[in-house]
Design a protein around this ligand. Structure first.
Ligand SMILES: [Zn+2]
Ligand SMILES: [Zn+2]
Length: 210
């Protein structure tokens, strides 16, 4: 599987391009900004986008989705609990002092247990609320990889002081949805370096009492 991690935008959101060499199919996760650079990376690997998945409706993860959708025709996936946040892109842009992107049309509800495919790989959607009500993570069993959005970082967890945030719920999500996964699972957070579940369970301060 091709996996390109492209930090995009002001807040350097980790946008992931997951591609299948054989079929040329790709999924783009969290195209927060720099749609041009994402399209260039897709072209370089000769990939065709079949889906755009947004882990939650913060502007740094969602900001480039509509532009990418317009260029590729691929449907945009978002958990229904984040639709309200998605409609507040303009306000989010003002808070961050950045220009507002085009409003994003959501095509598919990314619900718990839903599966996406690229080639013969399956991605399972885990609903992991806490950072926002509709935050999701993507679990790729064949690769033992977890795309965690802003739920878990190396040495940290997502902030829960923004609208829809819940400090207790984010810890419950990590315990209930991440802890059953294999320890060696590689975690790609929404920002910052890649880590593993084993490392975070051993060293991440926020996980010590779970
Ligand atoms: Zn966020
Ligand atoms: Zn973020």
């Amino acid at each position: 599987m091709i996996h390109v991690i492209l930090p995009v935008g002001l807040l350097q959101c980790n946008c992931s391009i997951l591609g299948d060499e054989a079929s040329g199919e790709a999924l783009v996760i969290d195209p927060g900004d720099q749609a041009d650079d994402i399209l260039e990376a897709l072209q370089r690997h000769k990939l065709r986008v079949t889906g755009i998945v947004v882990t939650h409706a913060h502007i740094d993860h969602l900001g480039g989705a509509q532009e990418l959708k317009a260029a590729t025709g691929a449907p945009v996936w978002l958990h229904p609990h984040d639709l309200k946040l998605c409609r507040q892109l303009q306000a989010q842009a003002i808070w961050l002092g950045m220009p507002a992107p085009q409003p994003t049309d959501i095509d598919v509800e990314a619900r718990e247990g839903e599966r996406l495919r690229i080639g013969n790989r399956e991605l399972e959607i885990l609903h992991t609320p806490g950072h926002t009500r509709g935050s999701i993570s993507l679990w790729i069993p064949a690769e033992k990889k977890l795309l965690a959005g802003d739920t878990l970082f190396q040495d940290g967890i997502g902030r829960t002081d923004l609208p829809g945030g819940d400090g207790r719920q984010i810890l419950r999500s990590i315990k209930d949805k991440y802890f059953p996964l294999p320890e060696e699972t590689v975690v790609i957070p929404g920002h910052g370096p890649t880590t593993t579940l084993a490392r975070e369970r051993a060293l991440n301060y926020f996980l010590q009492r779970l």
